[in-house]
Design a protein around this ligand. Structure first.
Ligand code: F6P
Length: 507
């Protein structure tokens, strides 16, 4: 077991034992100050941890754990551009895309490069604005898709209305077929977004779109590999840069967010960055006990390691945040889905939970049954918005009352004579409330999750910024491609061989 794992275990185990049979409802009843003292507000974002299954002593121990794990120093290192991504020998300077909170040469240089790229992006936004283009197609996958897609969808109330923005992602050709069938190539611009410019899905879809456009006039790219983008046929003046010091899943703040800037304008994009910068300053400077991302991370570690809960649900009560669970699946599970430390030691303690979820109230009518009465306890983040951007006050009141009711029901449960109609309760949740969903608050919310993920990685002693786990499948797919295409190549795995025969027999 690593020192990090030992620290977690020795800090949390006594409290976990002490609170073994504790009930959230009793903890709340015994502590009148809890609703207030287990909550904090950062600008337009309020967070309550009052329905977590820990008491003041355990919460203090968690804060002590954060301090003992040197979380504040780890954040300073992140912002200063220290090589936190050791397996790829890089810093992770996504924060420099929106904040200037470090004086180091590397962070300053990143600030300069980010500002220059933003200025070029603004020029391209203005050029497109003056063109005949009505539709934008963002071609990308993973971090080159999920962040921009989430933000464009979440900020539809702030859209300029100038374009329809589409996302082409899956290597499944039906994705391209159905999207392109509804578009006019003479009025469409495509942005090929790929940090590496070597991702199979994006290269294949990019080629489909390039050919469909019939020229490169309205073909744009965002990449850290500019020569490859140019070799693909994108004119140099339409290639925006990315850098190896920004991880794909942390990149929506860079030119990877070109589609966001087109959807909400440069002002909206800058406001999104300003919101993330608010959270950056808070994460870097607030003491652990009053630091929202750090408390969020410590709560995650409590639920994973002290309570042994293996999954985590994200439940936005706002349709505009419907894509948040999908976005967080990559951010959280690609970052924290590790079981060894950077020096190759088994962590020796559970790390990432399986993250899943969906918007309320829809999901109340699908999987909430299992949340209330299933055999597994699933901790959840509920996310609500106080003031809506629509005029339907009755709908919004119903939405908010459902949000409040669900967190209460999950925590408190209900005993009936009929066990089938009883609810065990004691199911922990965190409530995040945005005053409004707008570019600035959305930027802060996403940055909150980014920083929570980094803090969890520090607590567990793992690298949040690499993703070696995705490589093996890619390599085998590359090796199998000739066989799937019907070539006579040796396939060593007997099961795969039989499956290929089945596919060939039924084509
Ligand atoms: O395969 C996983 C991954 O590398 C993600 O980390 C990344 O966001 C995605 O693929 C897309 O990569 P790229 O932007 O280089 O096309």
């Amino acid at each position: 077991m690593t020192a990090a794992a030992r620290r977690i275990e020795s800090t949390l185990a006594p409290h976990a034992r002490r609170l073994d049979s504790a009930r959230i409802a009793d903890l709340v009843a015994a502590d009148a100050g809890r609703p207030r003292d287990f909550a904090l507000r950062i600008g337009g974002l309020y967070a309550s941890f009052a329905r977590q299954r820990f008491d003041r002593d355990a919460r203090d121990a968690l804060v002590g754990l954060g301090e003992a794990a040197s979380l504040p120093q780890a954040f300073r290192a992140l912002f200063d551009g220290v090589t936190v991504n050791t397996s790829e020998n890089r810093p992770a300077l996504h924060v420099a895309l929106r904040s200037a909170l470090s004086e180091t040469a590397i962070a300053r240089d990143a600030n300069r490069q980010a500002a220059a790229a933003r200025a070029r992006m603004a020029e391209l936004v203005a050029q497109l604005q003056a063109s005949e283009v009505t539709d934008i197609v963002n071609v990308g996958i993973g971090g080159s898709d999920l962040g921009p897609r989430l933000v464009v969808d979440a900020l539809k109330d702030f859209g300029t209305g100038r374009y329809r923005v589409h996302f082409l992602t899956n290597v499944d050709g039906s994705d391209a077929q159905h999207l392109l069938a509804g578009l006019d190539p003479s009025k469409t611009a495509a942005i090929l977004v790929s940090k590496t410019f070597s991702t199979q899905e994006t290269l294949l879809n990019g080629a489909v779109v390039r050919d469909w456009l019939g020229g490169s006039e309205r073909l744009y790219a965002v990449s850290a590999n500019v020569p490859r983008a140019e070799a693909f046929g994108v004119a140099p003046e339409r290639v925006l840069p990315m850098w190896d010091w920004v991880g794909g899943r942390y990149s929506l703040w860079s030119a990877v967010g070109f589609s966001i800037a087109l959807a909400v304008g440069m002002d909206g994009f800058e406001a999104l960055l300003a919101g993330a910068a608010d959270m950056d300053a808070h994460a870097l400077h607030a003491p652990v006990a009053a630091n929202l991302p750090l408390l969020h991370a410590l709560t995650a570690v409590w639920n994973r390691n002290a309570l042994g809960l293996a999954t985590h649900a994200v439940l936005p009560y706002d349709e505009r945040l419907a894509l948040l669970p999908a976005y967080l699946q990559q951010l959280v599970m690609e970052s924290l889905g590790k079981s060894v430390t950077p020096d190759g030691q088994p962590v020796g303690i559970d790390t990432v939970p399986v993250l899943w979820g969906g918007p309320g109230t829809n999901s109340q009518h699908s999987f909430f049954q299992a949340l209330h009465q299933g055999t597994q306890t699933v901790p959840a983040d509920f996310i609500g918005v106080v003031t809506p951007a629509h005029p339907y006050a009755d709908n919004h009141a119903a939405l908010l009352s459902n949000l409040l009711a669900q967190t209460e029901a999950l925590a408190n449960g209900y005993s009936a004579d009929d066990p089938q109609k009883s609810y065990p309760g004691n199911r922990p949740s965190t409530l995040l409330l945005l005053d409004r969903l707008e570019p600035r608050s959305l930027g802060a919310l996403i940055a909150l999750y980014e920083h929570s993920v980094y803090a969890q990685s520090v607590l567990w002693g793992i690298n949040a910024f690499d993703q070696w786990g995705v490589e093996l499948g890619k390599r085998i797919a590359g090796e199998l491609l000739p066989a799937v295409q019907g070539n006579d190549v040796a396939v060593s795995d007997p099961v795969t061989r039989a499956l290929l025969e089945e596919i060939r027999a039924h084509r």
